[in-house]
Design a protein around this ligand. Sequence first.
Ligand code: ATP
Ligand code: MG
Length: 282
Amino acid sequence: MLTLSRLTKRYAKGDAALTDVSLEVPAGQVVGLIGPSGAGKSTLIRCVNRLVEPTSGAVRLGALDVTALSRSGLRKARRRMGMIFQEYALVERLSVMENVLSGRLGYVGFWRAFLRRFPQADVDRAFAVLERVGLLDHVDKRADELSGGQRQRVGIARALVQEPDLLLVDEPTASLDPKTSRQIMRLIVEVCAERQLAAIVNIHDVALAQMFVERIVGLKAGRIVFDGPPDTLDAAALTAIYGEEDWSRTIRDADDADEGPDEADEEAPRAPRPAALGARAL
Ligand SMILES: Nc1ncnc2c1ncn2[C@@H]1O[C@H](COP(=O)(O)OP(=O)(O)OP(=O)(O)O)[C@@H](O)[C@H]1O
Ligand SMILES: [Mg+2]
């Protein structure tokens, strides 16, 4: 369980990027975080692992108070938080395997890793996650030889090899075509269900979020203004998040709400929705 309590972030210049954000994400749940550019989505994700230092409020992962940790405590805690980025953040000249093994850096120690001496158990773990993301045939390729979708699979594998409890995902599909975007979202949701990972996925594509996640949180100007299941995200909710617009072509038609993705052989897994999770228009 990830718990954010009254999280607030004020950068040195400008208004608060996050104000009093409170959120609980249970193990296995994927939250789609939507909101206009500048709403604070990336700031929220980065406050969770303290890449950005919150101004006030608390982040807890299980019983661990992440916001109270010292530097070395934080290093350990970050092993439990896998991060996946839009721009993949791969090392171009390294192989797929080496990029994935870099996810074990938090365990192995810098010099050992620098000398590329990863324990056999880590190599075995890397093979297992590469198989899971469908990249076993590409382990020796250099990162710069891969397609965008393959690169994102490496990013996912690198996060998974950490054996995290939590995934923090910032616009994973922003550079991908529509079909590849669906495949990547499906993969993220599936691995979270399999491994009981909590996840926050920042995403601009509202329809894609509705298709795959069980819960959507809408941020506007640093505050949560919507929190509920995808089929309750109607035009009024979108207006609350993004402002006035004709939303009829953006949101999934209510009639389609139970159909999921259109490829019958690639159904998105839909975790049962917690009964307690009602829509909260805030
Ligand atoms: N390092 C920084 N220093 C100062 N202000 C920042 C910094 N990073 C972000 N901000 C500001 O904080 C606010 C939230 O930014 P953030 O990047 O979290 O938004 P976002 O929702 O991720 O936007 P986008 O959808 O464009 O990625 C914006 O007003 C932004 O200008
Ligand atoms: Mg962002």
